[in-house]
Design a protein around this ligand. Structure first.
Ligand code: GLC
Length: 573
């Protein structure tokens, strides 16, 4: 069985946001040298693969997701030689590296776009999406997901270009075969250098409806911001989301994207054991389970204010049933676009327990887990309100909309903007209880403010020395996972139902069966195990001094994470 599993099904992935992770040269910006120096730490932690957010040269309008050279390394992060050294150092430690690949758009500073915009008959004109305006207005009513019209007028040639994201991120025209060939060259270039695959940015947005039909809705993207701000309940938020989906229905998830994914898969399959992970939740991106993307994020799992056993059971039931045969799940609870775990799902009272249960959830459910840097020490959102220090243009947009459309006073507007923007989860990694959290020297201003809660124990160095820290919890759990065939590739079988405040499930592999108990509540649980599970040997518990073996009953302390190995399953199956 083990031999049939690929490394990317079993590895724990760790997302590094390079600007904020580790600053090797002390200029206040993370870099590759910093990552190299952190590899021993990551190896100790138990990380087996890294997803590196964009490391390419970029004007940094969208924090690196606006690429101006797909072949290079941002000079502030280092050189191509540094990158190759990183790869060597990772391989030496048996770690894999996947890169972020932004296919939908380039930076407006990319030479392709500079050429494209320079004249109507430039050979690269058709590499982007150009349209005539209509009576001085944009070609249609399509919106950019980041605000305003999806069309920007370019005076140079008197036409509009299309952008699903910021205007500095023009969409490539994927119906032009030259674009595809150029991007496939990029893919081969990095695979030749030795990377292990790609996380595909915003895959759903690559194609738009060729006829440009108007959405015809009476509302626009800014109205949705206002509605979202006024939404009181999760249901109301969901309604706004559905309105958004309707607004962009001609701009995302066009059927052609699947042909493209199959072709991309074929390119990647020219190399042994590579992986493609799609930034999408659409099961359709798995194709037939073998011919499109290897992994597609289970984003629905994190789309709630409160993760409960009921929520997880339902999510797993739906998600696993939808997967085509051969497809492997992929779970995550956070990334550089979302709130940090403790801020997103904490209740302000039991956060310490909840974050452990949630971390264990991602690491024990069936599927490849993706962790976001800093979660292992419990970093939280930092809602700094100094507008001059905002770096995410989405925060600045929210600030403007707050004042313009909602009449929010400036101080409150700044708070809401900080909440809406993504800087909050991108602040520098907290390495030590030292000025700037040890990210950069004390007399240097880091590119984003450091969350002062590094002084309250939320830093690597102090947690390394504290046996009961969250960091050690992650470390211990990752070690258990690494050695457990059942947790790595076993099937999932729930044993508890939706009436309970805990989750109990099996992970079943031919070599081993594990029983996982996650108590989501501040009350202890006394659970009678199903008849076949008489003896279970403890592999891991978040509590000290738990019995080494349990018989027929499992007692879970409040918010306990408990994992055991089932000795004899014969009666159960
Ligand atoms: C993805 C990235 C996000 C970026 C957007 C545009 O959603 O995760 O950070 O802003 O694509 O590239």
């Amino acid at each position: 069985m083990t031999s049939q599993n690929s490394w990317w099904q079993e590895a724990v992935f760790y997302q590094i946001y390079p600007r904020s992770f580790a600053d090797g040269n002390g200029d206040g910006i993370g870099d590759i040298e910093g990552i190299i120096r952190s590899l021993d730490y990551l190896q100790w932690l138990g990380v087996e693969a890294i997803w590196l957010s964009p490391h390419y040269p970029s004007p940094q309008v969208d924090c690196g997701y606006d690429i101006s050279d797909y072949y290079g390394v941002a000079p502030e992060y280092g050189s191509l030689d540094d990158f190759k050294r990183l790869l060597r150092e990772m391989k030496r430690r048996n770690m894999r590296l996947i890169l972020d690949l932004v296919l939908n758009h380039t930076s407006d500073q990319h030479p392709w776009f500079r050429e494209s915009r320079s004249s109507r008959n430039n050979p690269r004109r058709d590499w982007y999406i150009w349209q005539e305006g209509r009576d001085g207005e944009p070609p249609n009513d399509w919106c950019s997901t980041f605000g305003g019209s999806a069309w920007t007028y370019d005076a140079m040639t008197g036409m509009y270009y299309y952008h699903f994201f910021f205007k500095e991120q023009p969409d490539l025209n994927w119906r032009n075969p030259e674009v595809k060939a150029a991007m496939f060259d990029v893919v081969r270039y990095w695979l030749d250098i030795g990377v292990d695959g790609f996380r595909l940015d915003a895959v759903g947005t690559i194609f738009e409806h060729p006829d440009l039909p108007p959405h015809g809705k009476p509302y626009g993207i800014d109205d949705l911001y206002v509605m979202l701000r006024k939404a009181q309940t999760q249901e109301e938020q969901l309604r706004v989301r559905l309105l958004f989906d309707e607004l962009v229905r001609y701009q995302v998830d066009m059927p052609e994207v699947h042909d493209l994914m199959r072709q991309l898969r074929a390119v990647v399959d020219e190399y042994p054991s590579k992986v493609l992970v799609g930034e999408s939740e659409e099961i359709a991106f798995y194709g037939n389970g073998k011919d499109e993307l290897h992994l597609v994020f289970n984003f629905p799992l994190m789309r709630t204010r409160q993760i409960t056993p009921q929520w997880v059971l339902q999510n797993q039931r739906e998600r696993l049933a939808q997967l085509p045969s051969g497809a492997w799940p992929c779970n995550t609870l956070g990334n550089h676009d979302s709130s940090r775990l403790r801020s997103a799902f904490g209740d302000g009272v039991h956060d310490e327990g909840l974050v452990r249960v949630l971390a264990a959830l991602v690491l024990t459910l069936k599927g490849t887990p993706f962790l976001y840097n800093g979660e292992e020490i419990g970093m939280t959102d930092y809602l700094f309100t100094d507008v001059a220090r905002f770096r995410d243009p989405l925060a600045l947009r929210a600030y403007d909309l707050e004042m313009r459309l909602l009449g929010t006073p400036p101080a409150d507007a700044a708070f809401h903007a900080a909440t809406y923007g993504r800087d909050k989860c991108r602040t520098p990694m907290q390495w030590r209880n030292a000025p700037n959290a040890g990210f950069c020297p004390k007399d240097v201003e880091p590119w984003l403010p450091v969350n002062p809660n590094y002084q309250e124990g939320i830093n690597v160095a102090e947690q390394e020395h504290e046996r009961d820290s969250l960091l050690h919890f992650y470390h211990d759990l990752l070690q258990v996972r690494r050695l457990s065939p059942a947790l790595r590739h076993g099937e999932y079988q729930p044993l508890s139902d939706e009436t309970k405040d805990y989750l109990l499930f099996l992970r079943l592999a031919p070599e081993q069966t594990c029983l996982v108990g996650l108590n989501f509540s501040p009350c202890s649980q006394d659970i009678n195990l199903p008849p076949g599970l008489s003896t279970v040997r403890l592999l891991f518990s978040s509590r000290h001094n738990q019995p080494k073996e349990i018989y027929q009953r499992l007692k879970l302390a409040p918010f306990e994470v408990w994992i055991g190995e089932v000795n004899d399953l014969s009666n159960l199956l």
